[in-house]
Design a protein around this ligand. Sequence first.
Ligand code: GDP
Length: 696
Amino acid sequence: MDDGNLSLAHIRNIGLIAHIDAGKTTTTERILFYSGRIHRMGEVDEGTTTTDWMEQERERGITITAASITTSWKDTITGEEAQINIIDTPGHIDFTAEVQRSLRVLDGCVVIFDAVCGVEPQSETVWRQADQFGTPRICFVNKMDRMGADFWHTIRMIEEDLRANPIPLQIPIGVEDQFRGVVDLFEMKALVFSGEPGEPPLIQPIPPQLLEDANRARLQMLEKIIETDPDLTEKFIEGGEITNAELYTALRRAVIANTLSPVLCGSSLRNIGVQPVLDAIVRYLPNPLEMPLVQGVDPQTNEPKFCQPDPNAPFCGLVFKVVTDQFVGRLVYVRVYSGTMRAGSSVYNATRQKDERVSRLLQMMADKRNEITECHAGDIAAVVGLRNSFTGDTLCERGNRILLEQIEFPAPVVRIAVEPKYLVGQDKLNDALQKLKEEDPTFNVAFDEDIGQTIISGMGELHLEIIIDRLKREFNVECNVGAPQVAYHETITQKARAEGRYIHQTGGRGQYGVVVLEVEPGERGSGLTFINQASPLAIPPVYIPSIQLGVQQAMESGVLASYPAVDIKVTVVDGKYHEVDSSKLAYEIAAGIAFREACKRANPILLEPIMKAETRVLEDYVGSIVKDFNSRRGSVEGIQQYANGMYGITAFVPLSEMFGYVTSLRSLTSGRGTFTMQFDHYAAVPQSISERILGI
Ligand code: GDP
């Protein structure tokens, strides 16, 4: 292994994921503090933590921005040292796209559970996403000091509700206010924590009353590990000695293969059990060399191409986050998959087909920015100087092009009108909204000419609330805000044809464009499918792109109520051409006219976003929740009982019926229900409701 690869083997790109309030921020804070990078411990409750650097995150205790923070740790048992890049992931379901985006660039994660609540709906959603990406996981059962904490119950939930294969590596010593530490089942030693921040634990013999439990748990742990490794199984059967080092290696392999998920426990707030989590990150989570090769395509030939995790290979990286930093300006976070990115060099943005300049490279530490000169395969850096690179873009070398799979972002489903509170603020508002849009691909801004208002749209009510908050706090723009509205779409249900004419021939050079378009329903999610079948004599090919542009522009504002039109197949079937007067602009305008007229004839309808909602309640409330979903035009898909005795009712419900659901859930269940909701698909609005929306 050469030097470059040696350092690559010592990198861990990880994320901490959790249900909101499970303790992700507190745990991240402890990790950063223990690993020696920050010198003053912040408390979430006081709002001084490091990762939640944006003010409204502090207030709400939600981590929104997937910033990456670099730190390092030496495994206390094996002595292996690693650089850990912590990619911050959001905990709220409204920010699913952010979680997905983070999962793209992580190699492993720590899933944090609340020892009282166990597996909560959001932990389940995120767990499933991690399943999709095949991300190796270790679990941390936090808040063992809380009243009602139950380590084994949480493990049962991980097993039953998440259908995972958890393997406890520890058992707790004491619980609730008596919680003092953990028994390490490999070393068979008690680790007792003083509770002082960053203090290493005292290593003691296992308390006699825990010995039997510890022996039983150790045996189960050994069986689970040995099962995964034929050599160890043979050795075990033959009664041979199996060392901890062998067990670590086998467990690491099983974690990376996603067949086992180690479980640790502790209390981040009380500084108990966090160091073993750091050890486990180094010991069991994969380094970039252990990940499957990242695949892309050659943009010129569409042939598959792989990124070699080697600093000497051609450079390739993925932009996974753009933020506007108040000190250094536009910061673009890049995960390098192969080769080396150098400060002062030029890179090629294969997604946008543009050259870009890397002026400076920064590695973000908890308490400072480290200027670095290069960033190797496997590592993460924040780049200053990239102007035209956005989340999801591929960066590579101009002479060695590769395009990685795009990150798909769902279209926004909720919109609200905003205006500055004070007349002078419009420019400031526009400027701020543009910056926020750059950072967040699931957020959109548009100016509605008809009503003369700025409309912002996003993935949920909370998403937009946070944007409004940021406008006020970071950009000092106060806004009046309208009521949240559903972002409807329009589409057509029949085939139809229409001609569009744009002819002005009054002396001098005129305008001449005639287009006949046929429209028909496209598949859901297909957007615009554009086909040209007109004879080149009817319309010379040079004008076809203008016709497509005209259609695209017309689709932005549909014929029913100016909502965006989607999922339409458009065929250019005929047209006319004039030697002198025909122009690109004339065809563009004629195409818009033809498209709108054809859509009017094609029985247009409204589409509405349908959410997948899950509400969890005690058995007594199941009936009223089902009834309530039905009254909201919802269709209940299933009812599931969870290991903690709660019932989860899953339903598809139109978003328009879910505004303010939190309040009614509270009153239906005396505040004892929880729910999560996620966009699922668009579906036709029933006729009677559509008439109401359209004011017919
Ligand atoms: P996040 O939403 O997952 O980032 O959770 P936070 O780290 O913001 O924690 C949510 C709340 O739980 C805060 O009030 C923390 O002080 C508290 N908390 C975090 N860890 C622990 C713990 O180990 N024990 C107890 N009792 N409270 C904790």
